[in-house]
Design a protein around this ligand. Structure first.
Ligand SMILES: [Zn+2]
Ligand SMILES: [Zn+2]
Length: 281
């Protein structure tokens, strides 16, 4: 499958000269399966440019939302395929009290939006994930609730021999350092195990985390621990804090690479996620 990053930022868009290289758009990852099916992971502001690039739409589009925080749904209103009556779009989301459509409608309705959900010309389907596993195109999709604030899913997409795990908002070490926790008690590890590519939260530096414990995100140390424990072949650190400039992310990336090497990790197996990045897995 082919993976393209359209938004790697967390919390709120952070455009500007200081964030131009890693990008200012919030979470959105395009996955093209080997049978050509399009899956979109989250609908942050990165999905706007993706929508323009999907012209004409390549067939049915499946948007998998991890959760409904604004930085993961804000781009929906600007995703052009939703305004194309000929385009089939399905939006999958976490199990919530009340229908997914009604909850998304809190954003896509007056006074916050000029367009109501029911007015979207493509007539998208809004569906709660049907269970821990289901089929989209030729991929098997696995979804599990993970540690974050509010019901949040981590996804694993398996296409033949390749697997992608997506955990953009995740605080697996909320209670204690992962060093002391057995595998079966680590949030998200089941969907990340031996993935070809892991995309994981790394919002904070270790110093910043002290002020943000319980906010639902990982510091660099925990992201490194999780990557190690998962056995993923490659890991991209994702959901960059809006305060993290390109210079700081370069620095953090170097620090991560040094610490990864000290652990005996493979060269080039970890990197900071960069908007516009593309990988074949
Ligand atoms: Zn987020
Ligand atoms: Zn969140």
């Amino acid at each position: 499958m082919r993976v393209r990053l359209w938004g790697t930022r967390g919390s709120v868009p952070a455009p500007g000269a200081g964030t131009a290289r890693y990008g200012g758009n919030t979470s959105c990852v395009q996955v093209t399966l080997s049978d050509g099916t399009t899956i979109v992971l989250d609908a942050g502001t990165g999905i706007r440019a993706l929508g323009l690039a999907l012209d004409p739409p390549p067939g049915p589009i499946h948007i998998l939302l991890t959760h409904l925080h604004l930085d993961h749904i804000q781009g929906l209103l600007f995703f052009t395929p939703l305004f194309n009556p000929g385009c089939e779009v399905t939006v999958w989301g976490p199990p919530t009290a009340g229908s997914l459509e009604r909850l998304i409608g809190r954003y896509l309705s007056a006074p916050l939006s000029p367009v109501e959900v029911r007015e979207l010309p493509s007539g998208p389907a809004f569906l709660a994930c049907p269970g821990p596993e289901w089929q989209i195109g030729q991929a098997q999709v696995h979804a599990r609730l993970v540690l974050h604030r509010g019901p949040t899913l981590g996804y694993r997409i398996v296409d033949g021999e390749s697997s992608l795990c997506y955990l953009p908002d995740h605080e697996p070490a909320l209670a204690e350092s992962l060093d002391h926790v057995e595998d079966e008690w680590i949030s998200g590890l089941g969907v990340a195990r031996d993935a070809s590519l892991l995309i994981h939260d790394c919002q904070y530096t270790d110093q910043e985390y002290a002020m943000h414990r319980g906010w639902g995100h990982s510091r660099l140390s925990d992201a490194l621990d999780f990557a190690t424990r998962s056995g993923a072949k490659r890991t991209l650190f994702f959901h960059h804090d809006p305060l993290h400039t390109d210079a700081l992310l370069d620095e953090l990336g170097e620090q991560a690479a040094d610490r990864w090497r000290e652990r005996g990790g493979g060269e080039g197996a970890i990197a900071m996620a960069m908007e516009g990045g593309e990988l074949q897995i």
